[in-house]
Design a protein around this ligand. Structure first.
Ligand SMILES: *[C@@H]1O[C@H](CO)[C@@H](O)[C@H](O)[C@H]1NC(C)=O
Length: 382
């Protein structure tokens, strides 16, 4: 063996490193090939979003509180599982909120958060999202799994409607009521239920609707269709229009209820600094828009690329997709949709919305087990 010439030794070595290179190539190529095959076989079929309708620079508010968790207080810690929307009844000084475990909880509002008492009111058996006070001491609820519900003062739950034009709601989401009793609400998507709603955003087709329900005729009407995840809805104080959030496209739209433009939809605010969830009127000529999360680099890429969204959807079947939400908060606009103030915090996300009670801003969330309260007399946006 020792007589073997150096060149043949070199040859053997080359051969060996060649085979380990081959192995390396296969070790890399096999999963890539498998992924490509999986990708092409998967029936999930996302489409381009109308990205030309938004640009990458988000709107900015003239006043900001960029660290709104500083000085904020927690209400009902551990007793409220993902309190999504908040409705305040000034007569009983009570907040009603819908939780992930199906409970609509009552929170007696007091000056000190330590004195606030959280009570179970009624369990819908679904997932109450939007809640608003009705006109007869009742509560109206957009329940993701049950549809539009009326909950009486005594806690009796009635389904008002769960379909329109023969299409069942899959994700009733936001609700508000007009002074004349007409109920306005949204179905975020007729295709995917709440537990799989991210596929609706990944697919990029507009399955959302804004609807009305007339309690006197029991008629459900579709007001706006083909929406990209129709979320919160709020009436203007003069009742002439409503605004609703279109989460996927990070914007809010305006729907005219009266006047020469009655029945038409127009721009309200585009390019929000994140994805909007609920919207509420604050009683002082502003709408408060809950910003669930800012748009991360990957999220922006996903919005622009259907192939990337398809890859995420496939990967989501096999591995948990890490949460990237951050910088949630509340964006305040005037009645014409002009930015007024932005309350947010880099360490906060899944903020669903805010309401104003006295000097305080109260915020809900699908992820945190409490309501967050901020004293605006001390921590005003500047
Ligand atoms: C949501 O939809 C999926 C797919 O259709 C289904 O498997 C699941 O049971 C639904 N979830 C609920 C809570 O209805």
């Amino acid at each position: 063996m020792s007589s073997e010439n150096p060149s043949s030794q070199t040859e053997t070595r080359t051969h060996k490193s060649g085979s380990s290179l081959n192995f390396l190539i296969w070790a890399l190529l096999a999963p890539i090939t498998a992924a490509i095959i999986l990708y092409h076989l998967d029936p999930f079929d996302p489409v381009p979003l109308p990205v030309h309708e938004f640009d990458s620079t988000p709107v900015s508010a003239p006043k900001k509180n960029p660290n709104m968790l500083r000085g904020s207080e927690r209400i009902g810690s551990g007793l409220l599982v993902g309190p999504e929307d908040l409705a305040y009844d000034p007569k009983s000084q009570t907040i009603f909120t819908g939780c992930e475990d199906g409970w609509i909880k009552r929170v007696r509002v007091t000056e000190s958060v330590d004195d606030m008492v959280v009570e179970n009111f009624v369990n819908t058996g679904g997932r109450p999202l939007g809640v608003v006070l009705g006109l007869n001491n009742d509560i109206l609820v957009a329940d993701a799994y049950k549809g539009l519900l009326l909950v009486s003062e005594e806690g009796e739950v009635k389904v008002l409607t769960d379909e329109a034009e023969g299409l069942q709601f899959k994700l009733a989401d936001g609700v508000d009521v007009a002074q004349d009793g007409m109920i306005y609400f949204t179905d975020a998507t007729y295709k995917y239920n709440l537990s799989i709603h991210r596929f609706d955003i990944l697919e990029g087709r507009p399955h959302g609707r804004v609807l009305s329900y007339d309690p006197s005729t029991k008629e459900t009407k579709v007001l706006v269709r083909d929406l990209y995840f129709a979320n919160g809805v709020a009436l203007a104080p003069d009742q002439t229009f409503l605004v609703f959030c279109e989460t996927t496209l990070k914007r809010c739209r305006k729907y005219n209820l009266q006047g020469p433009k009655k029945g038409t939809t127009e721009k309200f605010i585009n390019n929000l600094p994140g994805v909007p969830d609920n919207i509420r009127y604050d009683g002082e000529n502003h709408f408060l828009i809950g910003i669930f999360s800012e748009i991360s680099f990957l999220w922006d890429l996903a919005l622009r690329s259907p192939s990337f969204r398809k890859a995420i959807a496939i990967a989501a079947k096999y591995i948990p997709i890490p949460r990237t939400e951050k910088t949630g908060g509340v964006f305040v606009v005037d009645l014409d949709g002009n930015p007024v103030a932005h309350y947010y915090d880099p360490g906060w996300s899944a903020v669903t919305g805010g309401i104003k009670i006295g000097n305080y801003l109260y915020c809900g969330s699908t992820r945190h087990p409490h309501i967050t309260r901020l004293d605006l007399s001390k921590y005003q946006a500047l």
